[in-house]
Design a binder for this molecule. Structure first.
Ligand code: TYM
Length: 330
């Protein structure tokens, strides 16, 4: 039986957080053997917010190194940089002509980001989901493993693909949402009603994958909880729920098992255990990352291989689409 096709991507905008890791990256790594996987560093998406050119370039290489540190490579998957495959922008333009102003205006991420970057509400920020739709459809993805904040973009992918297929026949595979991961929504440590985000101004609110063990411990120790003193997962206990989720994802224990383990335990000791579980999970990753990121020559060679593998599939889809639309073929 052939393997199911998986596609996902991450932006190289800042050091990824524990949220990116538990909501997406760790799951990609777990999927690499069972699925036919393609993963991208979404640098085209990153410029919807103003980027310093040197930083964007460096972060793209760093993010690419991180994917390798996770165990992904061009043998068990396809790992590439989005801007290296021009078919993404090509399909994105075509699909933007099959997407409506109204549906893009309803995207909550656009509303949030246009408020946050009110001095630069550019057209790219508005049409950002269409580029994501193109990313997914180019590879005939059946599953797209993402965190919860991307669900609306997946729904719109299905809508646009179905609309296009409705006009031109079965061109695109309609992607399914993958089962929701336990870490699909890791919350801020300082305000556990908000998702953990690398662009948060409060540095204590998120854990970066490059934080040292002592930084991780400090941040988790000062995480907002409540005054109940009970380590149980319950509505209204957002802070404790978040720490239990993190602990469960990092140790592989269920929430129920974790609750049992921490019965009668003080929050201080519970937080210490959570911090240790995070350090134990991230430390080996960071060490592998440091080895990969130092080998620019290797990474650039892999970028070329990944781009060639990705372009082979993407160009075929784009060609089919262009033919259907009626573009003159010479
Ligand atoms: P990005 O770069 O913001 O995030 C990468 C992945 O991390 C997940 N994530 C989280 N998961 C759990 N808890 C959190 N606090 C948390 N924060 C982030 C995101 O859901 C995502 O899965 N537009 C996308 C990148 C992209 C893409 C695509 C994804 C471009 N093209 C095609 C899938 C398919 C983005 O900005 O993700």
């Amino acid at each position: 039986m052939s393997k199911k096709v998986v596609f996902s991507a991450i932006q190289p905008s800042g050091t990824p957080t524990l949220g990116n890791y538990l909501g997406a990256l760790k799951n990609w790594s777990d999927m690499k053997d069972e699925y036919d996987c393609t993963f991208a560093v979404a640098d085209l998406h990153a410029i919807t917010v103003r980027q310093n050119p040197a930083d964007l370039k460096r972060r793209t290489l760093e993010m690419y190194a991180l994917l390798f540190a996770l165990g992904l490579n061009n043998e068990n998957s396809t790992v590439f940089v989005q801007s290296h495959v021009p078919a993404h922008t090509g399909l994105s333009w075509v699909l933007s002509c099959y997407s409506s102003f109204g549906e893009m205006s309803r995207m909550t991420q656009f509303k949030d980001k246009s408020q946050k970057h009110s001095d630069n509400v550019n057209v790219g920020l508005f049409s950002y989901p269409v580029l994501m739709v193109a990313d997914i459809l180019l590879y005939n993805a059946e599953f797209v493993p993402v965190g919860k904040d991307q669900n609306q973009h997946l729904e719109i992918t299905r809508d646009i693909a179905e609309r296009f297929n409705g006009i031109y026949g079965d061109v695109f595979t309609i992607p399914d949402s993958f089962k929701e991961f336990d870490g699909a929504k890791i919350m801020s440590l300082t305000d556990p009603t908000k998702k953990m985000s690398k662009s948060d101004d409060n540095l204590k609110s998120f854990i970066s994958l490059t934080d040292t063990p002592s930084q991780i411990t400090k941040k988790i120790k000062s995480a907002v909880t409540d005054s109940d003193g009970e380590v149980v997962y319950r509505e209204g206990k957002d802070g404790v729920n978040n720490l239990l989720t993190i602990y469960s994802c990092c140790t592989g224990k269920t929430i129920k098992e974790a609750e049992k383990e921490f019965e009668g335990v003080l929050y201080g000791d519970f937080k210490q255990a959570v911090a240790e579980s995070v350090v134990k999970e991230l430390d080996p990753l960071l060490q592998r990352y440091n080895e990969y990121v130092a080998d620019k020559q290797f990474l650039e060679k892999q970028m070329k291989i990944g781009a060639e593998k990705a372009a082979y599939v993407a160009n075929k889809t784009l060609k089919k689409v262009m033919k259907k639309v009626g573009f003159y073929n010479i």
